[in-house]
Design a protein around this ligand. Structure first.
Ligand code: BES
Ligand code: ZN
Length: 583
């Protein structure tokens, strides 16, 4: 039946059954790095079927029972990335529209990829251990046996037992806590997620967490040492939510909290419903975090309400979210800044195409993921090629106002569902009925299914970029004898985003031109002029260190080593390590 698989990254059979609700009981064991779980899956048969197949990875399945009589189960041999299918045979076959509850008792593996366990020494407070999950794209199956495919959406409730003194949070609404009836040394935290979510949005964190209220529907959570600073830094959250609502409609998830994770969190942000997870590298004191928060807030609509049907259509999540993120940025900081971010995004797309290779099919907007681990396909392509397509369409179809109207209607039409690029495109043609002649000029094959850079580049307003390009040009053209003419005044009137763009253009020139225009002397003099070694903004620091390593400045090595060890954001770590490989 493989030919009809809707998701090549899942063994579960969404053609047979759909999980409508998931009820979880978890006991978190820090001594053994194991979670003991009991999950009750409420399943609805989509057609007649004698069995149910779920995704698992590294799970030890102890018992399986079903509400319609005795059930037997077998765990199929493991696939390295996808894990093991758990096949449950029911005593009586399901007829279409039948419902059944399957209850599974299991244990997670200490090496589960979804879960990061930290010792007390690895935390800021040093007293309690810490646990956080990261399920996107296909790691939920390491935490719970489930239909681990974004084509299936369910509600959930959960009870999580943790040692007294610790707090558990999930991607759901907090529903109180009680002493654990089975163990006086433990507390049970309860949660409810009444909105349909795909499995990858299941999330759990356990730690010595504190919170501060930062808005009418928002708390910020972190270890004690950071919480006041974080409350200050994320003070604009409600404003961002309101701008997003003004663009795409009501926020349906009730609360919007933020969790600041320990430095090893591998992403900038993760849009877990009701509680976005973010890296602590955002707290650098210059408000550059607004972009990430705007991005994760935007996912509340694009991704969490309207979800990619499988990981080949990941650009629907990330491309639309980049588009909304930048609209929010434009509304809050001005259209020229949105334009600058768009230009910088194009550079990032060039970087990814270069790293993957311009013929690499993984640089297609819609890649074929048969036999491919979505983690290995991850890049800026779905983000920036996706964004580029949407900006191109915005320009083709009548501008921002007009195109936001489409994005809103796409969200309204597909809310609570999962969609493919074809669903999206059909709706585009339907929405712009009177502009189909313009759409016929779009090179869909080129955008969707060709590797490398897109067939057309959108046009940009370069008013903020120009000053940066001028400075880039001056640096590149300056001979050794002119280098002392540069000084702090060059950057004084620039927005931090312009500094980021300035460095990104320099890096690009360095990559593209032979010989690279920037010499060792150049970076040394740039340090003297701008003292970038002391900048705390990670986006600036990261690009600056790349430039230094490109130019083989040895003084930058300890700084780069510090950057890759003091935090774990893959966006920074991977490129920095690549310089090591290249010598
Ligand atoms: N959902 C992503 C993170 C993600 C993607 C995790 C795929 C696992 C698999 C999140 O919304 C994201 O895009 N984060 C970005 C930040 C953003 C401002 C572009 C990141 O982590 O860099
Ligand atoms: Zn995202």
């Amino acid at each position: 039946m493989d030919d009809e698989r809707v998701d090549s990254c899942s063994f579960s059979c969404p053609h047979d059954v759909h999980t409508v609700h998931l009820s979880l009981k978890l006991r978190v064991h820090f001594e053994t790095h194991v979670v003991h779980g009991v999950v009750r899956l409420s399943l609805l048969a989509v057609r007649d079927t004698p069995s149910v197949v779920l995704d698992t990875k590294g799970l030890q399945i102890k018992t399986v029972t079903a509400s319609n009589g005795p059930a037997s189960f077998s765990v199929r041999p493991a696939h390295a990335a996808l894990g093991s299918a758990l096949e449950i045979t029911l005593s009586s076959a399901l007829k279409r529209d039948d419902t059944v509850e399957v209850k599974i008792e299991y244990e997670t593996s200490p090496s589960a990829l979804a879960l990061q366990w930290l010792t007390p020494e690895q935390t800021a407070g040093k007293k309690f251990p810490y646990l956080f999950s990261q399920c996107q794209a296909i790691h939920c199956r390491c935490m719970v046996p489930c239909q681990d495919t974004p084509s299936v959406k369910s509600t959930y409730d959960a009870q999580v037992s943790v040692p007294n003194g610790m707090v558990a949070l999930m991607s759901a609404i907090r529903d109180g806590s009680d002493p654990d009836p089975d163990d006086a040394l433990r507390t049970v935290f309860k949660f409810k997620q009444p909105v349909l979510i795909p499995s990858y949005l299941l999330a759990l964190v356990v730690g010595a967490l504190e919170s501060r209220k930062i808005g009418p529907r928002s708390y910020v959570w972190s270890e004690k040492d950071m919480v006041d600073k974080a409350a200050f830094e994320f003070a604009e959250t409600e404003k961002i939510l309101q701008v997003a609502e003004s663009l795409v409609g009501k926020y349906v998830w009730c609360s919007y909290d933020l969790l600041i994770l320990p430095p090893s969190f591998p992403y900038g942000g993760m849009e877990n419903p009701c509680i976005t997870f973010v890296t602590p590298t955002l707290i650098a004191g210059d408000r550059s975090l607004a972009g990430v928060v705007a991005h994760e807030i935007a996912h509340s609509w694009t991704g969490n309400l309207v979800t990619n049907n499988n990981w080949e259509h990941f650009w629907l999540n990330e491309g639309h979210t980049m588009y909304l993120e930048r609209l929010i940025c434009g509304k809050m900081l001005g259209e020229p800044l949105r334009q600058l971010e768009a230009i910088e995004g194009w550079n990032r797309l060039k970087d990814s195409v270069k790293v993957f290779g311009e013929q690499n099919p993984l640089t297609n907007l819609i890649p074929n993921l048969d036999g491919i681990d979505p983690d290995d396909a991850f890049s800026s392509v779905p983000y920036e090629k996706g964004f580029g397509l949407l900006l191109h369409l915005e320009q083709l179809l009548g501008g921002q106002e007009v195109f936001v109207g489409f994005v809103k209607s796409y969200i309204d039409k597909f809310a609570y569902q999962s969609v493919t690029s074809e669903d999206w495109k059909n709706h585009l043609y339907e929405y712009f009925k009177d502009k189909n002649h313009l759409l016929e000029n779009v090179d869909w094959k080129g955008w969707f299914y060709s590797p490398g850079m897109p067939p057309v580049q959108p046009k940009y307003d370069t008013s903020l970029a120009d000053a940066c390009l001028k400075l880039v040009d001056q640096w590149i053209k300056a001979g050794d004898e002119n280098l002392h003419a540069f000084g702090p005044a060059d950057l004084k009137d620039m927005h931090s985003f312009q500094v980021i763009y300035f460095l990104s253009e320099l890096l690009q020139a360095q990559e593209e031109q032979t010989p690279p225009p920037f010499s060792l002397k150049h970076v040394q003099m740039m340090q003297q002029a701008y003292n970038l070694n002391d900048v705390t903004n990670y986006e600036i620091r990261f690009r600056w260190l790349c430039l230094c390593l490109q130019a083989k400045w040895e003084n930058a090595i300890p700084l780069a080593l510090r950057m890759v060890t003091e935090q774990g954001r893959m966006k920074y770590i991977r490129p920095l390590y690549r310089y090591r490989k290249n010598g």
